[in-house]
Design a protein around this ligand. Structure first.
Ligand code: HEM
Length: 506
């Protein structure tokens, strides 16, 4: 520091500025010419600095941009100095797959790839949960929570789920005014899935359907998702995270604390009630004392169940509704399947909806075109490096498959931007489709624990809507899907629809 003595403030500022410029340029040059990933293709600005990918992420366009990049550069693209995006079905197994005796997931040491903490936990002070926990803690949490998702438990959860779907049907009738008034069906799906999962995780719903409005807890989640992309971007520049936390308004911090306190209150009430209730949190509560699980840990895990288990399902239901309403032949075929399969609404149950082939095909095609988890969820290549889809990737680099880009690439799916449920029913026109590319719930040890629950809810809700109503899209929502952006989650916006109740002879 001695050399700075005697310099004016202006000279010091200039020197600091020059050092930053020098560092940035040297770092960019290192990334371009010396970095272990230097031979992978990608746009210059993405290969040189992480800031470019951050910019795309904060604009909400990263998954769409990644498709363009794959088209230009091929199935492996360097989207940041230390990160590769893969668009090859084999990459799913190599990145996410189970460890096997021969090395399993693509890692050459045979270790599974850990989740990248800069993405999953940009603020390290936040306690871990099942989604972001490191491997050992995750295995413990997963074993315990899996019980809540067992077939037996799900059968026992049927009456809980049904009561909310009944209330949804009632509310849609009340608000739709015999098909004369457009309703935002995306919001109603959200109310339903949040109420269901609230009940299954806390033993009490959020009362969204009851009050016909979002609960503040639920509203906060949407805000957090958007702010989350900013924090994820800033995690690469620790000083920015500190700055953000320092300048965050006091009211935002108070809101966050209120959110946590509300979750804990709900949990306390659940803990005081029947421990043997067949819900999603039962397993954790039973082992809480044995494993020393604190209320903080229980709180973060129940909160993640709510987020993971409601917004995803509601997103897909909104997507499939939009896709059906803008593809009349598919809508007619599905409506005929549902109305032909049952004599009364009471016959629509967990087991009876699960055998309707066209219903499943419509959901699969919606999961392809509008995957609820559209972005790449990054993993870290372990010690020794990995072979991913035939490409060697050195250790400590970041790899991911971006679902939206994978499913809209015509190398994997014919006419990828068109809605064809038939492709999932063996139609000869689509025999060239590469179905292994399609992994909306991921695969391997960290795949979706709630997949069966999601299918049950999606099938039941869509079947009940089409059984009860003739549905039409409002003109203002015709471009609903194309105008959306992605901030970790889809920013859905209202999906306005007319719902005319079907008149049946008694
Ligand atoms: C259409 C609906 C859904 C989709 C597309 C979906 C997708 C996913 C994906 C891609 C993951 C992996 C996340 C990662 O690698 O970080 C995941 C994890 C998870 N999902 Fe889902 N999900 C859905 C519904 C649900 C539901 C209804 C629940 C019930 C609570 C649920 C609970 C979970 C849990 C607990 C995990 C973490 C599993 C683990 O890390 O072991 N999901 N989901």
């Amino acid at each position: 520091m001695a050399f700075l003595i005697g310099l004016s403030l202006g000279q010091v500022t200039l020197a600091a500025f020059a050092s930053v410029i020098f560092y940035t340029i040297s770092y960019a040059l290192y990334n371009l010419y010396l970095h272990p990933l230097r031979r992978y293709p990608g746009p210059l600005l993405m290969r040189a600095t992480r800031a470019t990918a951050c910019w795309h992420q904060m604009r909400g366009t990263l998954p769409f941009d990644v498709l363009d990049l794959h088209k230009k550069y091929g199935p492996v693209v360097r989207i940041a100095p230390n990160e590769l995006a893969f668009c090859d079905p084999q990459a799913w197994k190599d990145i996410m797959g189970h460890k096997t005796a021969t090395g399993g997931s693509g890692s050459l040491s045979g270790s599974e790839m850990e989740k990248w903490q800069k993405f999953y936990r940009p603020i390290q002070e936040i306690p871990t949960d099942i989604v972001n926990a490191p491997r050992e803690e995750h295995a413990l949490l997963r074993r315990t929570m899996a019980h809540g998702f067992s077939d037996r438990n799900m059968r026992e959860q049927q009456p809980i789920i049904k009561q909310y779907i009944d209330l949804l049907m009632q509310r849609l009738r009340e608000h739709g005014d015999e098909g004369k008034k457009a309703v935002d069906i995306a919001a109603w799906y959200n109310f339903t899935t949040f109420d269901v999962i609230g009940d299954l995780a806390f033993g009490e719903s959020f009362g969204c359907l009851e009050k016909s409005q979002y609960h503040p807890w639920v509203k906060a989640i949407f805000q957090v998702a958007r702010v989350g992309t900013v924090f994820q971007s800033c995690a690469h520049y620790p000083i920015l995270i500190k700055l953000l936390l320092a300048i965050a308004p006091k009211s935002a911090m108070e809101e966050r604390q209120k959110h946590i306190d509300m979750t804990k209150d709900k949990l306390r009430r659940r803990m005081e009630s029947d421990k043997d209730r067949p819900d999603l949190i039962e397993g954790l509560l039973k082992r809480a004392d044995e494993w020393g699980l604190t209320l903080d840990k229980l709180q973060t895990n129940s909160a993640i169940l709510i987020i993971g288990g409601s917004e995803t399902t509601a997103t897909l239901l909104s997507g499939v509704t939009f896709l059906l309403l803008t593809n009349q032949p598919a809508l007619e075929k599905l409506t005929a399947e549902i109305r032909g399969a049952f004599k009364t609404e009471d016959e629509i149950t967990f087991s009876s909806v699960s055998v309707l082939p066209y219903l499943l095909a419509c959901l699969e095609e919606a999961l392809r075109m509008y995957p609820p988890v559209p972005t790449g969820l990054p993993r870290v290549v372990p010690k020794g490096g990995a072979s991913i889809a035939g490409h060697y990737v050195p250790e400590n680099n970041i790899v991911a498959v971006h679902q939206w880009a994978m499913y809209h690439n015509d190398k994997h799916f014919k006419e990828p931007f068109e809605y064809h449920p038939e492709r999932w029913l063996g139609d000869l026109e689509f025999t060239e489709d590469d179905k292994d590319a399609f992994q909306p719930f991921h695969l391997g040890p960290r795949n979706c624990l709630g997949k069966n629950l999601a299918y049950v809810e999606m099938r039941l809700i869509l079947a009940r809507v089409l059984w009860n109503f003739d549905v039409k899209i409002a003109e203002e929502s015709r471009d609903w899907m194309t105008k959306q952006r992605i901030y970790n989650l889809w920013e859905k916006g209202p999906l306005m629809t007319y719902l005319t109740p079907v008149k049946r002879e008694r």
